[in-house]
Design a protein around this ligand. Structure first.
Ligand code: MG
Ligand code: MG
Length: 273
């Protein structure tokens, strides 16, 4: 069953979302050449404890994972992109780091991810990071009452296509609320005008992720970390979003975050005008 949230419930999710945003802001600031992924993990553990939040990852044991997850943040480097298991790794110049983070506070969840480039950014890495951000903004923009779930998928897919990135549909967005994963899967490509009609109170985690040259994935021996099958670098961006009577509400927006504008409208066939 899909649970529509009241404005008061959405505000409670927003409280959680603001904390998630704060954590990802700090992770972005701390991620630097010479920093160990485990230092980031331990820093975030401290933030969770001080805030009285509850990790959605600790003890998470889905069907695809290997045993319960015993970390509070997912950190993935370069060709690793989803469910990155923090480990003893020191960040190097030019690394592409994806941080994905979800907690509940007072029983309400929020989930967000960002990809940052450590030190000197290669042009092609910058391009894929910005493409996922652009796809996310395009997805958020159509998360409005009366639109369909397929409109969100199509918006993400259109941006990927525009940039020439293939799209994997095994892992995508999802419903969110009292728990991190609720009913509804939001594939990162699909047909506009299809699927569930969006209504005020629907809360979704939207999360475009692309690898440069493949839509196939492989699991690391650690049983969690997902990489691009061909070793090409990848990026992932995610926000928790509420459909409202008015404009879509991004519950995990970071204070200093500047939403990436969509690429020139002449290049996007889905843009309405
Ligand atoms: Mg996430
Ligand atoms: Mg998610």
């Amino acid at each position: 069953m899909i649970e529509l949230k009241t404005p008061a419930e959405i505000e409670r999710m927003h409280v959680t979302g603001r904390f998630v945003a704060e954590v990802l802001t700090e992770v972005g600031e701390l991620a630097d050449v010479g920093v160990n992924l485990m230092d980031l993990e331990h820093h975030v553990r401290g933030m969770i404890e001080r805030r009285g939040a509850e990790s959605c990852y600790w003890d998470y044991a889905p069907s695809f994972g290997k045993g319960p997850f015993r970390n509070v943040i997912c950190l993935a480097v370069n060709d690793a992109v989803l469910h990155g298991l923090p480990h003893d790794y020191v960040l190097r110049d030019g690394d592409v780091l994806t941080a994905d983070f979800a907690v509940t506070i007072d029983g309400w969840a929020a989930d967000s991810a960002r990809t940052v480039i450590v030190g000197t950014a290669a042009e092609q890495d910058l391009r894929i990071v910005r493409a996922t951000e652009e796809a996310l903004e395009a997805a958020i923009d159509v998360a409005r009452p009366g639109n369909r779930l397929g409109d969100i998928s199509a918006a993400i897919g259109a941006v990927a296509r525009d940039h020439g990135y293939p799209v994997n549909t095994e892992f995508g967005g999802h419903g969110i609320g009292r728990t991190m994963h609720e009913e509804l899967h939001v594939p990162n490509k699909g047909k506009a005008g299809r699927g569930l009609t969006l209504q005020p109170g629907l809360t979704l985690a939207l999360e475009p992720w692309f690898a440069r040259t493949t839509d196939r994935i492989v699991f690391d021996p650690d049983g969690w970390t997902i990489r691009s099958a061909d070793g090409s670098r990848a990026a992932h961006t995610e926000h928790t979003v509420a459909v409202t009577e008015d404009v879509p509400l991004v519950l995990t927006r970071r204070e200093q975050e500047e939403p990436v504008a969509r690429a020139g409208s002449d290049r996007l066939s889905t843009k309405d005008s």
